[in-house]
Write a protein that binds this ligand. Structure first.
Ligand SMILES: Cc1ncc(COP(=O)(O)O)c(C=O)c1O
Length: 397
């Protein structure tokens, strides 16, 4: 097996430099553990950037993919396949309202589809504009990127797509002000992930729903990061009893296999008529079987409840750290979605944890973000939190 150094050399020569990577080559994973090419083991509190909701190589997903890959890998959507139809049913049934699904391969693609669907719905009334929220993250393709209200991600690739306006997260009055007679939708994450694990203020999501109803707008929720049980309900919006018109999914949807999708109310989704949109690989049997196995695992192992308990354990640990260490400014938790805001930049903490065999993420310079697997054990949570506490406490301001 090549060494990490050899692989890094190849990558530097033959891959575009668009990722900030740590000098580690990972070769194998199992639950919350991953190993590098030198055999070093790491505890992963950020498996697959949120895609590893069940940890690395979850057994039911592995079995489903192995079986399916030897049966039928991919056929285009000119044909029907059972796994895709069953997945549509499974997702819609857990949504709490009648719904129809479209499948693709990533979060950005899911949001592109949602944006097109909102415009297709708005078209007869001359409406095409979408209001999104500052600090949001919706993906890197041009429409999803325009929806991402963070100038740093727009820099260098302007002009952005026309028809988007922005309002601060949590500010209903500002959203209302951004709406005009050509607006067709408001699009937001129920909890901002990349933006810093920002929880919605009390009444905010309900307020957006009411505002959308009053102005005849679609409410699009981007649940690419929060969906598929991450926060302890199938879809995070279920915590607030709010029913969106469109929800987008990806990341954990197929247990680590690439897949994205959306669910829409049938009268909204029907505007995605034949010829209006497509994805060649979308909803292929391999990804759909992996997604069905993911749902099966979550239900068979009671992982929605486990997500809540995971959140409580992390919260207790980080609240204790906040009391003990003035560098911890805030702790924000919803199920297995955890943000620890520091009073200093967090890059050195991530680096320090890596040196101690723990993988975590830092977003918006100061927010340590953890998206642990729902299969993580209490012992692993405690061991990882001990490392984080030790690294943070030793930080110099
Ligand atoms: C909320 C949200 N939407 C969309 C995306 C983009 O997903 P992808 O990288 O699969 O295109 C992300 C990725 O982090 C995300 O967190």
């Amino acid at each position: 097996m090549p060494t990490s150094e050899q692989v890094i050399g190849l990558a530097k020569q033959f891959l575009t430099p668009n990722y900030t990577r740590y000098p580690v080559c990972l070769v194998r994973g199992e639950n919350s553990w991953v190993w590098d090419a030198e055999g070093n083991r790491y505890l992963d509190f950020f498996p697959g950037w949120g895609c590893g909701l069940l940890g690395h190589c979850p057994p039911r997903v592995v079995r489903a993919v192995q079986e399916q890959v030897a049966t039928l890998i991919h056929v285009p959507n000119t044909w029907y396949t059972e796994p895709q139809a069953l997945l549509g049913k499974a997702l819609a049934e857990r949504w709490g309202a009648a719904g129809v699904c479209f499948f693709c391969n990533s979060g950005a693609e899911a949001n592109e589809a949602a944006i097109k669907l909102a415009r297709l719905n708005g078209k007869p009334r001359g409406r095409y504009k979408i209001v999104t929220l500052t600090g949001s993250f919706h993906g890197r393709t041009m429409a999803a990127l325009t929806a991402t209200a963070q100038p740093k991600y727009h820099a260098g690739v302007e002009p952005m797509l026309p028809g988007f306006s922005y309002a601060p997260f949590g500010d209903l009055a500002a959203i209302e002000k951004a709406v005009d007679g050509e607006t067709c939708a408001v699009m937001l994450e129920p909890i901002q992930g990349e933006g810093g694990v920002n929880l919605p203020p009390a009444g905010f999501l309900e307020g957006v729903r009411e505002l959308c109803d009053r102005h005849g707008l679609l409410m699009i929720l981007d649940e690419v990061q929060t969906g598929t049980g991450r926060t302890g309900t199938w879809y995070a919006h279920q915590h607030w009893g709010v029913q969106p018109d469109i929800v987008t999914l990806a990341k954990a949807l197929a247990g680590g296999v690439a897949m994205g999708g959306l669910i829409a109310r049938p009268e909204v989704g029907e505007k995605l008529k034949a010829g209006t949109h497509a994805a060649t690989f979308g909803g292929n049997p391999l990804a759909a079987r992996a997604a069905l196995a993911t749902i099966e695992t979550i239900e068979a192992e009671g992982l929605l409840d486990r997500a809540v308990r995971i959140g409580e354990r992390f919260r207790a640990r980080f609240e204790a750290l906040r009391e003990a260490c003035p560098l911890v400014a805030d702790v924000r938790v919803k199920g297995a979605m955890i943000g620890v805001e520091l009073a200093v930049e967090g890059a050195a903490v991530v680096q320090g944890c890596l040196g101690r065999g723990l993988l975590i993420n830092c977003t918006h310079q100061t927010v340590l973000r953890l998206l642990p697997a729902l299969t993580v054990t209490d012992e692993q949570i405690d061991a990882g939190c001990d490392i984080i506490a030790d690294v943070v406490t030793r930080m110099r301001v």
